[in-house]
Design a protein. Structure first.
Length: 195
């Protein structure tokens, strides 16, 4: 039986753009509040209470410049994933967020706080590329090639250690995207149950 492509695309796109609105709302609140208090909810590596911050960190940013740099690729690549349906975009986001956050929590310097959606952005990119490689479907391969053509150099640079950039979030986000593509490709390949 041929897999039905996301009949709930509208809901999936609403989720992606809802997350963007949520990020912008949080940054606006943080900008207006004295002392930028929301930035403290980024990941504090190896601090046991920092494990909960894995959930909040992708939605917080260090200023509007940081947020703008993540918004465009998040929107474009998130929308491309959302065309596969609500469950797909939710699973990819969840897998990438957890893998990226845990990687940061485990290996990033403990004297820094890590936040921002770039781990999700790198995960979305690697998911789209790996999905094309695994499926070998022409359209999905074309999307993967477009991601590499548009963001490839920046993505590669983002994986290299740099000051004041959470390359750990980028690296583990990319790993999370590969994991998500592999998991979801396995689900796609499972034969339909006989009724």
């Amino acid at each position: 039986m041929k897999e039905r492509i996301g009949g709930d695309r509208g809901s999936a796109l609403q989720l992606v753009f809802g997350l963007i609105v949520f990020m912008w709302a949080l940054e606006t609140i943080d900008h207006l509040a004295p002392g930028r208090p929301l930035d403290d909810y980024g990941i504090h590596p190896r601090n046991p209470s920092g494990l909960l911050e894995i959930v909040s960190a992708p939605f917080l940013h260090v200023g509007f410049g940081h947020l703008i740099s993540n918004t465009v690729p998040f929107a474009v690549m998130g929308a491309a994933i959302a065309l596969g349906g609500l469950a797909r975009v939710a699973l990819v986001t969840g897998i990438v967020g957890v893998v990226s956050g845990l990687g940061v929590w485990l290996i990033a310097p403990s004297n820094e706080v890590h936040l921002g959606a770039s781990g999700l952005v790198f995960g979305y990119a690697s998911y789209l590329v790996m999905r094309g490689i695994l499926s070998r479907r022409l359209l999905e391969l074309a999307v993967g090639v477009a991601v590499v053509a548009i963001w490839g150099i920046g993505l590669l640079q983002g994986l290299l250690p740099q000051e004041r950039i959470s390359w750990q979030a980028h690296l583990f986000g990319a790993i999370g995207g590969v994991c998500a593509a592999s998991i979801l490709a396995g689900r796609r390949a499972e034969p339909a149950a006989a009724t």
